[in-house]
Design a protein around this ligand. Structure first.
Ligand SMILES: [Zn+2]
Ligand SMILES: [Zn+2]
Length: 212
């Protein structure tokens, strides 16, 4: 069974997730740690649970979701994977930082390989599936586990809200259609873990989300 641990990191209060199962195999998603204390918090959790992180995955390549890729590379030798559309259409993290008025030095880590639609990512005795949900960014994806009844949804949908579409390659109509097709079609009780804010359920969003 997959356990989900969330951390809240950096200027943008991004949710970083570690998924792990009883074998100790783990996946790191949207590594947003930025300050030393944040790196330490993540590191200590991994050490305490004796986890082996096998994959570094990005729901999309907005700055707040990739701040910690440099750290993940240094600490665990991980190289990030993301969807091709974000790699090709989004400015580099340094350029994004400038636009957000962030002065800190950011080292970007090259994407090692592209995440594919319906690709199955295995770790330990578990697996998650990649589902593209474009609109917040052109290459946004979610990671879904049917067996364990959850999805890591990045900035596509939030509790009571949806992702902004005014950034590079964003498209409101595309986002709403993709959420309806790929997220709200999941079983009612599926837990959605977004890139910011609290977790929610498919049924709650289908009934109550004012943007859908
Ligand atoms: Zn975003
Ligand atoms: Zn975000």
């Amino acid at each position: 069974m997959i356990s989900v641990k969330s951390f809240e990191f950096n200027y943008f209060s991004v949710n970083t997730y570690i998924l792990y199962d009883e074998t100790g195999a783990a996946v790191l998603i949207d590594c947003g740690c930025f300050r030393r204390e944040e790196e330490k918090e993540l590191k200590e959790f991994v050490k305490e649970r004796e986890l082996t992180i096998e994959h570094l995955l990005c729901t999309h390549l907005h700055l707040d979701h990739v701040f910690g890729n440099d750290f993940a590379d240094r600490a665990y030798g991980l190289s990030p994977r993301a969807h091709k559309a974000d790699v090709e259409m989004l400015p580099s993290p340094q350029e994004q930082a400038k636009l957000f008025g962030i002065q800190d030095r950011i080292r970007s880590v090259p994407i090692s390989s592209y995440l594919l639609s319906n690709e199955v990512i295995k770790f330990g005795i578990s697996e998650i599936v990649v589902r593209p949900v474009p609109g917040h960014s052109p290459g946004s994806v979610i990671f879904y586990s049917r067996k364990d009844g959850f999805a890591i949804v990045g900035d596509t949908i939030f509790s009571g809200s949806i992702g902004r579409t005014d950034l590079w390659g964003g498209n409101h109509d595309v986002l709403v259609a993709a959420i309806k097709d790929k997220v709200l079609s999941l079983p009612d009780e599926t837990i959605l873990y977004p890139g910011h804010g609290p977790a929610t359920h498919v049924l709650d969003e289908r009934l109550n989300n004012p943007f859908l």
